[in-house]
Design a protein around this ligand. Sequence first.
Ligand code: 9Z3
Length: 329
Amino acid sequence: MPASSPEAFPMDPKSNSEAPQKTSPAEIKYFFDSAPPLRDGADIRSGSARRVVCLTSGGTTVPLEQRCVRYIDNFSSGHRGAASTEYTITAPYFAVLYSSRLSAFDEIASGSCQPYCRSLPDDPLLKCFEPIDDSNVQVRQSYSQAVKMAINEHNAAVEGGHLLKLPYTTIFEYLQILRLIATSMSSLGQNAMFYLAAAVSDFYVPWESMALHKIQSASGPLDMSLAQVPKMLLVLRKEWAPSAFCVSFKLETDSKILLAKANMALQKYEMHAVVANELLTRKEEVTVVTSSGNITVHRDKSVADADVESPLIKLLVERHSAYIADLDL
Ligand code: 9Z3
């Protein structure tokens, strides 16, 4: 008898008894086959309602003193991460955990570029606002649209639970936050994605061998040796979040070595994609290096204000969906 028809389950004469009844696989199948289709079922099946991206941005600092006055920095304006966050939230992702660089000193407000603030000037407080009398300040007309959009879209993303911001400054904070996020996200399996655009220090001073106080110049030229920061990408892949889709970035200034280095990272750290970019052209084009070949993504120059992150995120979202579909088979 077909399991899809109610006749498959004639009433059991003992059905009134107190003994727990065993549910047959046919009953379970009938229940689900005959249930009215779930609203949003397609979204849930495709995983889009549960997908989360951990997106890192900005450059990590390496302090030279525990009570830090001086530090070594890694270049990154944070623009790539901020733009990518905005596009990722509108893609079929439920949430973005955005870890970005805060200023090296608590007293200084600016760190790296933040989502929804890309169209604001560098010093928005001074440029966007004007005092109108002794106690009131207003937004300058020329910036009112940009300020309104930044506040509305940012607040909607945060209040809607789509954007969680986790700031870091030093290499110590960055890697601890990454490990915390990754181990917490491992339960999402293949629905988790890592998009590691932060520029991460290769060398550092281990905390225990670091001077406590400001290094004195009277002692003569500074001669210090830096230890290598342990490579964490393979640990992320193998231990912290083994089923997640992982994208790392490779930055070089010499175009001749860029693709070879990106390929090396792809293989050595078992990334699903490595985005290769050159410092001077990073806003115009990037090459996505994968085991099935390379794809170069360009900014659409025919559109004013177009950026390379829009097609880049589109491509990576497609790749992540294909990765999930493959594992689901
Ligand atoms: C990148 O390559 C980013 O695309 C940029 C973005 C930092 C160039 P901006 O923030 O620039 O928009 O100004 N990030 C990763 C750089 C990095 O440190 N990669 C490591 C490496 O190259 C691997 S994790 O060895």
